[in-house]
Design a protein around this ligand. Sequence first.
Ligand SMILES: [Zn+2]
Length: 507
Amino acid sequence: MTRTSLKYYGVMLDSARLTERHSFYFDLLPHLAKWGYNAIWWHFTDDQGCSLRFDTRPELASRGSFSKREMKEFISCAGDHGIEVIPELESFGHTGYITKLKQYHHLSEAIEGERFGAICPSNPATLEILADLIREVSELFTSEYIHAGFDEVNFGSCPRCSERLAKEKPWEVFAHHVETVRDIVAGNDKKMMMWGDHMCSEAELTHRIPKDIVICDWQYFDVDTSAVTYLLEEGFDVICCPALINAFKVIHPREQNLQNIKEFAKAAAACESAGVLGIMNTVWCPYRHLQGAVVHGIALGASLLRNAGLEPESFSEEFARDYFGVADADAVGRAMRYLYEVVPELLLVKSLVPLNRDEFEPLVPMEIRECERMGREGARILATLQANRTHVDRNISQYEDSIVTTEIVVGLAQNGEDIKRLFEIATMDDLLKGACREPRAQDLLRALADRTRSLHARASDRWNRTRFEDDPERDGRSHIYQYDASILHRLNEAARFFENLIPCAGT
Ligand SMILES: [Zn+2]
């Protein structure tokens, strides 16, 4: 039996990377409560942006951000549904929302060749900014907690930090910044949470950090329960954090994500009496998928957090009946549940819809078989979803997003078939030089370009109906994480890539 009764069963919504139209979050609240969530971690700051307009630092706000009045209303509505909103304000790493602005660029600890940077912990200006932000967040949010980030930090490039690092170890500077932020948080009558990745890798840091900080231990692949017990033994309260969508997961969550949620739910249950405070289903970078396509996963995640032994099949049937009101809930539920097993992994996605020539590769036999399976099973899922579309009597927009997501999966499988045939008659060299004059190869390239272009049109239509059309992430303009760019950006670039391979294109 793996049922638990923790304080928090939460979902992390990443409004920093992509802010949905605000009605999306409000509309989600009654459903979240019904599915079993009692907390939202509001991840509203990150390298890409800040989805709240501060009074003291309004320049930080990104496209579509919430005013404080709207945020207050959201927190209050969530409270009416028994949901606590815990703000996450990044205060060391993932602080591009501050340092990318010209006036704060001097605070950046960007290190050449490192994907993640930080804001300078040694500059008094950093602490002034953080003090302003934490004060406003404390006043606005009613939760007793503020999550202060602290994951994936790289620092030490600036003169002030270099000077300190000549005398202190990196973990000492890190710990000092944690203590400073913790004191600012405590000075505003709040308790602090932070991510646990640096602590699990550095024992001295773990010993030094104040024990009243709650550690959010995120593990998105195999779950190492000993990391949780280690933090508990060190005296911390712990939140267990699996992911419904994390790096390398594009288009739709995969089976591995469901396994990750189940495993962490079991680990949390096993450590419940030792001080596990809660469990948080993280949903990262919503631009990777269409808005409605992960609603099933968010719902299923809530049930798995509370009961890791739950059968996703029976849950999905109930979900299809309740959420979409379809008569054949069994078939629709099965289709939605099975999609997790059919969605390709990022490495394969790159080859099927490449952003550029570096990602374009002939498929290996295993990938060809995978495409055949994707095409066959995807077509079956798509047929079921389309056949039941007219019977959907609520949340049709989310249903449409699932249909278009499945169309993309099927289209990618067809791209795989075309790419396989293409490399049977053409060499990579000739293709990239635009020198392949074989008519059948030109037909295949045209088919790849047309199909990818039409998938882009379908996905764009869904995006524009549900999200801000002028969101900078729509077309991947921020270019921070090229490898798992927005779904629209990938389809658009891939269509252009195939078009450019067609000999004489544009001449
Ligand atoms: Zn510095």
